[in-house]
Design a protein around this ligand. Structure first.
Ligand code: NDP
Length: 287
């Protein structure tokens, strides 16, 4: 018999997780605020708990996947997690994860925070590339390694419970910048180039440019922001003016681009014309 688990939260992500564990033969107890979502899983073998406290009591391994830190707090409020292994897959901040870890620790539970790097259709799908960052109790992670690996790959980030959230949010932040750039690019081209044709070009270009991050890492590691710079800041700032004039010609607002361009100009004005854009990172640090 596979290890049992309880899952609180059956939204798009929680529901996908539940189906993956059920399909793999794990006994799963579920709870959801809107009961209909739990009932729907009963057909697939899930046991439905009437309250969060009942769900927490039902299994040694308790997993929550709720909207945000506040809703997870509300749900866990009336439950007794002592002696349990609690895993929080709700997206939150590093400090929120650390606070949840303290909450669990004070109540005699082991704790692991998780950051899901996937959309629901990737969950339980072999070869989808889905994985979850985990941080907190290494012992919990190791004791439940097989169960945790069912819905997605697993990456243990470290004992600091905030690390998974930090990595999760950092990757989402990089994605947000990418979404912004792609939105601007489609706004420029939509009247002149077939969207699908342009998408092929965008995907190829972003893939080719992605290793930019390795150059940044080398600059941060060595402290020399001019190493292997092929596109200097002075040239790029000049190029920005062309990007902005093109936006104007195409009647597209430059508002997604200008914040980054302003930082590039400030760095250049500080006398760093031999650098690329790594110096922008220094300007972002809030004192
Ligand atoms: P949904 O909006 O689909 O589901 C939200 C869940 O939280 C539902 O079960 C909902 O219950 C419950 N909920 C919300 N507020 C409360 C509350 N006050 N009390 C009790 N339950 C509450 O979100 P997802 O399932 O997509 O997301 C869940 C978590 O997974 C989020 O933290 C999200 O960031 C993360 N995640 C989601 C991804 C995605 O692509 N969907 C990707 C990676 C992470 P009810 O059914 O009653 O409304």
């Amino acid at each position: 018999e596979k290890p049992a688990l309880s899952l609180l939260g059956l939204g798009a992500m929680g529901g996908a997780l539940a189906r993956a564990w059920l399909a793999a033969g794990h006994p799963v107890t579920v709870w959801n605020r809107t009961a209909a979502r739990a009932e729907a899983l009963a057909d697939q073998g899930a046991r439905v708990a009437a309250t969060p406290a009942e769900a927490v009591a039902a299994s040694d391994l308790v997993i929550v996947c709720l909207l945000d830190h506040a809703s997870a707090g509300e749900v866990l409020d009336g439950a007794d997690p002592s002696g349990k292994d609690l895993v929080d897959l709700t997206t939150g901040t590093p400090e929120e994860a650390r606070a949840r870890a303290r909450w669990a620790g004070e109540r005699g539970a082991r704790f692991l925070d998780g950051g899901v790097m996937a959309v629901p259709p990737m969950i339980g799908t072999a070869g989808s590339g889905a994985y979850v960052f985990y941080s907190g109790s290494r012992a919990l992670f190791e004791d439940h390694a097989g169960t945790l690996a069912v819905p997605a790959g697993t990456v243990y980030a470290g004992e600091d419970p905030g690390l998974a959230a930090l990595l999760d949010v950092a990757l989402l932040s990089a994605m947000t910048g990418m979404f912004a750039g792609v939105a601007h690019a489609f706004a420029l081209t939509r009247d002149d180039v077939a969207p699908k044709e342009f998408a092929d070009l965008v995907v190829g270009w972003l893939r080719a440019m992605a290793s930019y991050a390795y150059g940044v890492a080398d600059h941060l590691d060595t402290g020399d922001y001019t190493r292997n710079v092929t596109s200097g800041l002075a040239m790029m700032v000049r190029g920005n003016a062309t990007l902005l004039r093109t936006a104007e010609e195409q009647r597209v607002s430059p508002e997604l681009l200008t914040p980054f361009m302003t930082l590039m100009e400030r760095r250049l004005a500080g006398g760093h014309d031999g650098e690329g854009t790594t110096g922008v990172i220094d300007l972002l640090r809030v004192p």
